[in-house]
Design a protein around this ligand. Structure first.
Ligand SMILES: [Zn+2]
Length: 177
């Protein structure tokens, strides 16, 4: 990964000179060069996120198998507004929606989000606490040692996994089985 641009500039929404803008370049085995742009305005809170590919636009399903802890901590997930992420093994899914925040994070970071969500669910629904505890234990094991699959689907092909090891990822056109 390399940083192409890192600057603080005028916010396109409120006009304050408080918009931090960064462009990262990732070289990936399947998607060619991927440019991720992120921006955040300290004045009004406006967030910007975009992903650009040398070649893209096709509906894709990315299947990622984490085999060990390093695959988890060193592989990246780029989720656009239209992407969904699920793990049938771990039993969670993240659907796109009107409030879907695009993000880029490590697979580990994604699982920590799932843990945070589980903790808040436990507070809301004490009656399901035992089931949630089991989920939490399983996700913690997955963070430490892998052994699960993540499936990322995006009709615009803008959500990807940038794996630590290329052999852990398989790409299919979406709509095929
Ligand atoms: Zn602003």
């Amino acid at each position: 990964m390399s940083i192409l641009v890192q600057t603080v500039t005028r916010c396109p929404v409120c006009g304050a000179e408080a918009f931090s803008y960064t462009e990262f370049l990732y070289e990936t085995p399947y998607f060619g060069n991927v440019v991720v742009s992120t921006g955040f305005c300290r004045s009004c809170g406006y967030r910007f996120f975009d992903v650009d590919y040398a070649e893209s636009g096709n509906p894709t399903r990315v299947i990622f198998k984490a085999e060990n802890g390093e695959d988890v901590s060193k592989s990246l997930v780029v989720r656009s507004k239209t992407g969904s992420i699920k793990s049938p093994d771990l039993g969670f899914s993240l659907e796109p929606g009107p409030q879907a925040e695009p993000f880029v994070t490590t697979v580990e970071g994604l699982l920590y989000r799932a843990l945070d969500y589980a903790e808040s669910l436990k507070a809301l629904e004490p009656e399901s606490a035992r089931r949630v505890d089991e989920f939490i234990e399983e996700v913690q094991r997955a963070i430490d040692s892998g052994g699960f699959t993540l499936i990322v689907e995006d009709p615009l092909g803008k959500s990807v996994i940038i794996p630590r090891r290329p052999e852990t990822v398989r790409i299919e056109p979406l709509g095929s089985t």
